[in-house]
Design a protein. Structure first.
Length: 267
């Protein structure tokens, strides 16, 4: 599928280096100020409808994960005081289809594998080159949340993630991000604990809108998805990138999220 069938290139001329400049600048400002940039109506309705059908069709392959983890997506550390962010227990529920399960012909795969999109996103991040995540499962994954499912506050293991809102739940399922809570040199555990305990001063809430492409800087910004409600599930495609080549997730995260490891080890 070509890019013009996937993306609304009139509104978002990402394929034209001259015309995309203002878009890049606007998204970069949003990302810098709020740790999230939203491009509403990025994917064209026909492609989006096909992606929603694909999410439904692939759902039987999804791995259901119900985790009890710290915001760092690892096991809570029992040697720390219970209020320490690394000691906290938080529950998340999600069903995930991995990159290697998404058919080669799926439109969402064409979007993820588009070099034009990669260049556009590199521009937004202000880096000369961006790399697709080396995680063979998590590079592109389809994430479905059903009634009662939520994703607790967490940091990602990649610099940033691009999510595409594919199909809206009946209610709930909003994305919230607490901007730049930690840095690469400073874990800022007090600030992390404050967000976990309800401080909303740095929180941006993004309501679910199918077709929106959203970039968020998840390695340093805490983020979560509020509880999904109602009969219709929430479908999102997560397109992961990193500023360094070869970035992969831990085996612990792969087992939790996909129930297996490359090479076939199952949880
Ligand atoms: O489903 C979403 O909107 C966000 C997913 C998320 O938090 C993540 O991939 O880290």
């Amino acid at each position: 599928m070509d890019l013009a069938s996937l993306v609304d290139l009139y509104r978002y001329p990402v394929d034209d280096p001259g015309r995309r400049r203002p878009l890049v600048a606007a998204a970069a400002t949003e990302l810098r100020e709020r740790s999230v940039a939203v491009l509403p109506g990025f994917v064209r309705p026909a492609a989006l409808a096909q992606m929603a059908q694909d999410c439904d069709a692939l759902l039987p392959l999804a791995h259901r994960s119900e985790s009890d983890a710290s915001p760092y997506l690892s096991a809570p550390d029992p040697t720390l005081p219970p209020a320490h962010p690394r000691a906290r227990h938080q529950q998340s529920q999600v069903s995930t289809v991995a990159y290697d399960q998404v058919p080669a012909t799926a439109p969402v795969r064409a979007l993820y594998e588009s070099d034009v999109l990669l260049e556009f996103l590199a521009g937004v991040l202000g880096v000369a080159r961006l790399y697709r995540y080396a995680d063979p499962f998590g590079a592109l994954n389809l994430s479905t949340m059903h009634a009662g499912d939520a994703l607790a506050w967490h940091f990602d293991q990649t610099d940033f993630v691009t999510s595409l809102a594919v199909a809206a739940p009946s209610a709930g399922g909003a994305f919230e991000v607490a901007s730049a809570v930690r840095t690469s040199g400073d874990e800022r555990y007090d600030a992390v604990a404050a967000v976990l305990d309800g401080d909303r001063s740095a929180v941006t809430r993004v309501e679910f809108a199918p077709g929106s492409l959203m970039l968020f800087a998840g390695r340093h910004s805490l983020h979560r998805v509020t509880t999904v409600e109602g009969a219709r599930p929430r479908h999102v495609a997560l397109l992961a990138y990193d500023t360094r080549p070869g970035t992969d997730s831990t085996d612990e995260l792969k087992l939790a999220r996909y129930g297996r490891l490359p090479g076939g080890t199952a949880a």
